[in-house]
Design a protein around this ligand. Structure first.
Ligand code: TXA
Ligand code: MG
Length: 346
């Protein structure tokens, strides 16, 4: 398949180009597009064959449901059959934005979107290219992250091109994503909200709106908790670069000393060594990439840097991590998964 690549400036959207991409979606094709979190792989959410082709393009297991993207909260009851007051409060506070709400599904939503669940995930993105695309398509857009299943999510068009060129109809290059990690997924079908996936909206943000918010225990403890997570996607291998990743977590002085000794141990193994750093620490490594000092910056840069280590053919990455602010939980969740839970606490 020939994949068209269309460049669109989010501050000066070319209507003709966006209408062309919208038509591809409406007619059952696949279009990757930028959002404020990560790039999505869009399809007409009401067209079963289009949604099914999303799973094939990504190599995604069919029991992992997709998020439906719309532009207007007044359309929520077209997708969900209930919109309780607590959910409304959350949507009012965090949409448009990096926030996804789980509600009871409307009956016309194809089974393959929700992987047979009675609930549906809905998000209202704020990125103007994403919004204009949904409007141009004239249909709700189902979109998982536009990476091959298991790989780090794409935060720049070049990541999507690396994974999806030849597999989908069109890629919109709308620049890099601001948040860098995916939306926060919140189940609002019960008495109190439960965070199923931490993301661009933090626990602290949500707690200010709904003080009784809880965090699903699978989020961090995917090693010791072995029963089925409520968000199907949380059980799969995720965000894995080709390199092995080892997280070293704690006070940054201790982290530095530990990574120095790990490099020493690995020096004569013939492995190419990388370090992901939050500091200006220097190491005797083949590739040192800085993700920034705050956890918010870490979130923005994490996926792009994981891919950059692969571009540099690094075999093992030691990742500095210190939980510093309310983005810590979201970063930790992605980082631990990319490391297959190889975490050293110092
Ligand atoms: O920021 C984002 O959310 C991006 C952009 C493109 O919008 N999308 C994204 O989609 O991250 P995806 O498919 O990579 O992750 C969606 C997550 C998965 O963990 C999935 O299991 C969960 O949402 N999910 C979807 N529908 C659900 C449902 N009905 N109940 C529980 N979890 C659900
Ligand atoms: Mg994903």
């Amino acid at each position: 398949m020939n994949t068209q690549i269309i460049k669109i400036d989010k501050d000066n959207i070319d209507k003709e180009k966006i209408n062309k991409a919208g038509t591809i979606i409406r007619d059952g094709g696949l279009v990757a597009f930028p959002t404020e979190t990560v790039y999505g792989l869009g399809a007409n959410a009401l067209c079963e064959s289009a949604v099914k082709s999303t799973f094939i393009a990504k190599g995604r297991p069919s029991d992992n449901p997709l998020i439906i993207h719309i532009t207007d909260k007044n359309d929520i009851l077209k997708i969900a059959r209930e919109f309780p007051p607590m959910a409304k409060k959350l949507v009012d506070a965090f949409s448009p934005g990096a926030f996804t709400i789980i509600l009871k599904k409307q009956y016309n939503i194809p089974e393959c979107v929700t992987a047979g669940l009675d609930t549906v995930a809905i998000r209202i993105p704020s990125n103007p290219v994403a919004r204009e695309l949904i409007t141009a398509a004239g249909v709700p857009i189902s979109a998982p992250s536009a990476n091959v299943s298991g790989k780090p999510s794409p935060t720049e068009a070049k990541h999507v091109i690396a994974d999806m060129d030849g597999r989908i109809d069109c890629i919109i290059d709308g620049g890099s994503c601001d948040v860098g990690i995916e939306s926060t997924v919140v189940d609002a079908t019960g008495e109190y909200p439960i965070i199923l996936r931490p993301g661009g909206v933090t626990f602290d943000d949500i707690k200010k709106i709904c003080p009784d918010v809880r965090i699903d225990r699978h989020i961090i403890d995917s090693v010791t908790v072995t029963d089925t997570p409520r968000s199907p996607g949380m059980k799969y291998k995720h965000y894995s670069p080709d390199a092995d990743v080892v997280v070293v977590e704690g006070e940054l002085d201790n982290v530095y000393r530990k990574i120095l000794s790990l490099i020493e141990e690995n020096k004569n193994t013939g492995k190419k060594i990388g370090v992901m750093t939050m500091t200006n620490n220097t190491y005797d490594a083949d590739c040192i990439l800085n993700v920034g000092t705050s956890n918010k910056d870490y979130a923005k840069n994490l996926f792009a840097k994981l891919r950059e280590f692969d571009d540099n053919k690094i075999d093992i990455v030691f990742a500095e991590f210190c939980d510093l602010d309310d983005y810590g939980l979201s970063v930790k969740n992605r980082l631990y998964k990319s490391a297959g839970n190889k975490v050293i606490h110092v």
